[in-house]
Design a protein around this ligand. Sequence first.
Ligand code: ARG
Length: 402
Amino acid sequence: MTDRIVLAYSGGLDTSVAIGWIAEATGAEVIAVAVDVGQGGESLETIRQRALDCGAVEAYVADARDEFAAEYCMPALKANALYMDAYPLVSALSRPVIVKHLVAAARQFGATTVSHGCTGKGNDQVRFEVGIQTLGPDLKCIAPVRDLALTRDKAIAYAEDKNLPIVTTKKNPFSIDQNVWGRAVETGFLEDIWNGPTKDVYDYTASPEFPPVADEVVITFKEGIPVALDGNPVTPLQAIQQLNHRAGAQGIGRIDIVEDRLVGIKSREIYEAPGAMALIAAHKELENVTVEREQARFKKTVGQRWTELVYDGQWFSPLKRSLDTFIEDTQQYVSGDIRMELHGGRATVTGRRSDSSLYDFNLATYDTGDAFDQSSARGFIDIFGLAAKVASERDERVAVAK
Ligand code: ARG
């Protein structure tokens, strides 16, 4: 039987060319796999047909938007996942769900090898291949851009030569990856890190400079997950989509950072994640109200480690799974409403209420009704500062003796 290779297919120039390129280089049959994670653009049916027209023997398409939102974006929200305190893991989150479908397609069509269009310099090759190795230890990986010398110029020449049904003329200066959680833009003039981003870099967000009137939203959470917006029930996907729209209109969630890639390169990246950034800000504040102090402090460390693991392509790793269990446990009481004002590039919390709140008005108030026994504070402070005080006295004693 002829060997079969499943290819992560986007419908764009590079992966369209990759179908024939891989077939010619390896003699294998190519099965195209297209996964909708909310990147927008062409319909799955259009992409499916193009894959077949470009020589794929089969095309597997999956609408994974709800799955992606519920099983990948929501855990990131619970972790308040921001890599280097800034990047909400947009691309890093989509790779594992694509990997799941690649492995499922490989099984369905009896393929021995999985292929993707990543270069040899980025994080995504690692995320794909570590994921594939974990879910399908028997599967091999091949990346035509990295392993079969498929350069951009060769891709354009090949597409024109073979008359592939794909536009090759309009050369986008940027490398873009997008899904419902956000959008990542790199390369081109952005590689000079002194260059400011121009207007054409952005798509999910309007400029925050001249915003429309402020937009007030109430986000209802249940155990760490948004379940309603302004009282209207939403699925995780709908919550993200609707907030992308509303926060995007206010220019919220634009990020411009130099980032540490897993492969050791520092790279400049522009992100837009209006819905994700608004949701994370709201979720964090609801945690402030409902999570006990020591649990909250420790969760911050756990969340950061979780974020690094996911960035580094370790989604299916045992440590990531263990940290999930901890994070999940902390979300038990993260239920209630957060009121936010979306305006001019900022998502600002203006109110919070929760049946599982730890905020005690009578403990916090400086007015009548104060239930906090201030006389206990003195003794607490004496003992709390005792160790440092003893050490300080020792420092002085030793210094004098010298
Ligand atoms: N640097 C980001 C990451 O590693 C985004 C990479 C997305 N790819 C792109 N072509 N912009 O998660």
